[in-house]
Write a protein that binds this ligand. Structure first.
Ligand code: PRX
Length: 650
């Protein structure tokens, strides 16, 4: 926990509602120094985005910036562009060619640096490898890899030939991988033999083998040899990355893609048991992540930029790979855990590479707070000039700690709100001009129209409601893969078809600052990972001993939320520790370790409304010990009945 004296200090700061203004030395050199940018963008939204698009390379310029037929948007209509050309070819034509593009640190301390020219060569060769495997424009490619440079190389190679990548986070189980491959109908799987995590091995190829037993669409598997981990090779189907690369030609013509062609799909949890394949396209997406990386992270040529997110999540797609590489930045990439071999690993990396911009999740910050400042003190962090957070609401205490101890009170902290669906940051400070309030993501990015709406869709000027985005933005999702109706129903039907429903609660204060309050649907955020209650419930009822289950997320000091599952088991099974462990493992097998329930509460009955809806509020209160004390088993249905009487129908 935070030391006593800091707690006192924090309380005072929070009470006086203190603001943090950008240090003068920062503002003077910032990419954005002038508030007028908001007004300019408002007056000519399309012109504002076109200005950034114009900084990119286009084979053919667009005819129209935006075509908006709510809820369907097309950006840079008629334009032809290639994302890999913009992330590599463009830079090798300038003095950036021998600059470090990716500085990679393995968990075991190994290191690799790829210049832009190196990256260009690797991407070209791997693009030719894909072609040699029969990959064509529009084909889907699944990627299941640890955080190694071959992961962004594979993504950029897909973009080069016009194939659509679907990266599946290495922490997902074989079954999750299988379902995503089948939904995407992927033709090729790119994996690694394994990856390192906390000194142990994640057997990715082993899991992939299990998955592809039931994925008829997969014709080839390419395997990166990360650690000489034992594995089986199926002749004709499985190929070693390094062997294919040896034979690959050095240059592959980039495919001129339509601005609206698909760049990737990425699966994320919604309110049903089945994850959704969010579709992102080419021209608008690249423009959006390019503009936000430049302005929100104030990126300059000499920065060393480190976003700690795994590329398996959208943060890694937009702000490890596409945004920073489109800008020609030096990106640090780290394979492993923050506490391996010790709790100062992140600070050691910051010092070793002179990281200037550091972007991480509140969960990580809360863990650092708990571990204590002595870990920070071992290292020289003076290279840092800007800090960022993403993924979940940051509590003011964590914000203050981050600002004071990591940022040494000289680094602005950008709290950035966005989603897999939004593709790019939408609510955020601009670090050179925005006064910061700890815990607030501040204001919509220029050119972005956000509002706080009540149930009826009326704007709440000061107060709480739902966060809504009221006009299209370039990196917005274009659909859900294979499910056009769900796209409309999920995101564009709460009010009218022109207003995007974020499923986040928000509060707006007197100064127009946005305070994000978390999800209003049944999506949990566990250590910043998005998991739906329904997904975990379906995993549990898949176990032969489970009759029914209900899952809730309850607050947790470090992880934000943890999962508590209420389970009714069948007569021929008995509740107890053994069953609890078995069920937890079952969820891990079905979804992945990120979804492991913290607790299982066996219940003879689940409280439901007359219409059959589970009373989650009651369950949450029980899980948090607000009623019933520390009950681990709700054996007597009568107890549940009595409890229900205390609650009104939800
Ligand atoms: O609830 C919001 C929360 O994360 C959700 C999106 O999760 P995902 O699609 O996995 O993307 C995470 C990384 C962009 C949102 O609906 N969230 C994200 N950033 C913030 C946040 N909540 C509060 N403050 C943020 N800065």
């Amino acid at each position: 926990m935070v030391e006593k004296n800091i707690e006192g200090e924090l309380a005072v700061l929070l009470e006086e509602g203190r603001r943090f203004f950008p240090p003068k030395s920062f503002s003077e050199k910032a990419n954005i120094k002038d508030e007028n940018i908001y007004e300019e963008a408002k007056n000519d939204r399309e012109g504002f985005w076109a200005k950034f698009a114009n900084e990119l390379h286009w084979f053919k310029k667009w005819d129209r910036v935006l075509e908006w037929d709510p809820p369907h948007a097309k950006w840079f209509v008629g334009g032809k562009i290639n994302v890999s050309y913009n992330c590599v070819d463009r830079h090798i034509q300038t003095g950036v060619r021998n600059k470090a593009a990716i500085i990679w640190e393995g968990e075991q301390g190994d290191q690799r640096t790829l210049t832009y020219w190196d990256l260009y060569r690797e991407v070209n060769k791997f693009a030719n490898v894909l072609k040699s495997l029969g990959v064509e424009k529009g084909d889907r490619i699944a990627i299941y890899m640890p955080m190694i440079p071959e992961l962004p190389i594979a993504m950029l190679a897909c973009a080069r030939v016009g194939a659509v990548h679907t990266v599946v986070f290495g922490g997902f189980s074989a079954e999750s991988l299988r379902d995503r491959i089948n939904d995407a109908q992927a033709k090729v799987l790119i994996a690694a033999d394994g990856g390192y995590r906390r000194g142990g091995i994640i057997p990715l190829k082993h899991d992939a083998d299990y998955a592809i037993k039931e994925t008829p669409s997969i014709k080839h598997v390419v395997i990166v040899e990360r650690g000489r981990f034992p594995l089986r090779i199926k002749e004709g189907r499985d190929h070693w990355w390094h062997r294919l690369m040896q034979e690959a030609k050095p240059y592959c013509e980039p495919e001129p893609m339509d601005a609206e062609d698909m760049l990737y799909t990425l699966y994320t949890s919604g309110t049903t048991g089945k994850p959704k394949g969010i579709i992102h396209t080419t021209g608008g997406y690249l423009t959006g992540v390019y503009a936000t990386t430049k302005l929100v992270f104030d990126l300059k040529d000499d920065d060393v930029y480190w976003c700690t997110a795994d590329i398996g999540w959208v943060t890694g797609h937009s702000y490890v790979v596409y945004g920073p590489l489109a800008l020609g930045a030096t990106v640090v990439m780290y394979e492993g855990a923050p506490d391996w071999p010790d709790r100062d690993r992140f600070w050691q990396i910051v010092e070793k590479y002179g990281v200037t911009i550091f972007y991480t999740a509140p969960t990580a910050i809360r863990a650092f707070m708990k571990w204590g400042i002595e870990w920070l003190k071992k290292h020289n962090l003076s290279s840092l000039r800007l800090l960022g957070t993403v993924g979940e609401p940051i509590n003011p205490e964590a914000w203050m700690w981050y600002h004071k101890y990591v940022g040494q009170e000289k680094c602005p902290v950008v709290d950035t709100w966005w989603q897999t669906e939004t593709g790019m940051i939408l609510i955020t400070p601009l670090p050179g001009i925005t006064p910061l309030k700890p815990g607030s993501a501040t204001k919509p990015f220029p050119g972005v129209d956000a509002d706080v709406l009540n149930e009826k869709g009326e704007s709440v000027k000061i107060g709480g409601g739902y966060l809504a985005i009221t006009s299209p933005w370039p990196a917005m999702l274009r659909g859900i893969y294979g499910d056009p109706e769900r796209y409309i129903e999920q995101y564009w039907s709460k009010w009218n078809k022109g207003i995007y429903f974020t499923a986040d609660g928000a509060k707006r204060d007197e100064e127009g600052y946005f305070w994000l309050l978390g999800r209003v649907d049944d999506v949990m955020s566990v250590a910043g990972h998005r998991i739906s209650t329904m997904e975990v419930e379906s995993a549990l009822v898949d176990h032969p001993g489970v009759a029914e289950s209900a899952v809730v997320g309850i607050p947790h000091e470090i992880k934000g939320q943890v999962i508590v599952a209420f389970v009714t088991i069948k007569d021929n099974h008995s509740p107890g520790k053994e069953m609890e462990d078995e069920l937890k493992e079952h969820v891990v097998k079905k979804i992945g370790s990120i979804a492991r329930p913290e607790r299982i509460i066996f219940s003879a009955d689940l409280p439901k409304t007359r219409s059959g809806k589970i009373m989650r509020r009651l369950l949450r209160d029980i899980a948090e010990g607000k009623v019933l004390g520390d009950t681990t088993t709700l054996a007597d249905p009568g107890i549940v009945e009595k409890l229900k009487e205390k609650y009104t129908e939800e």
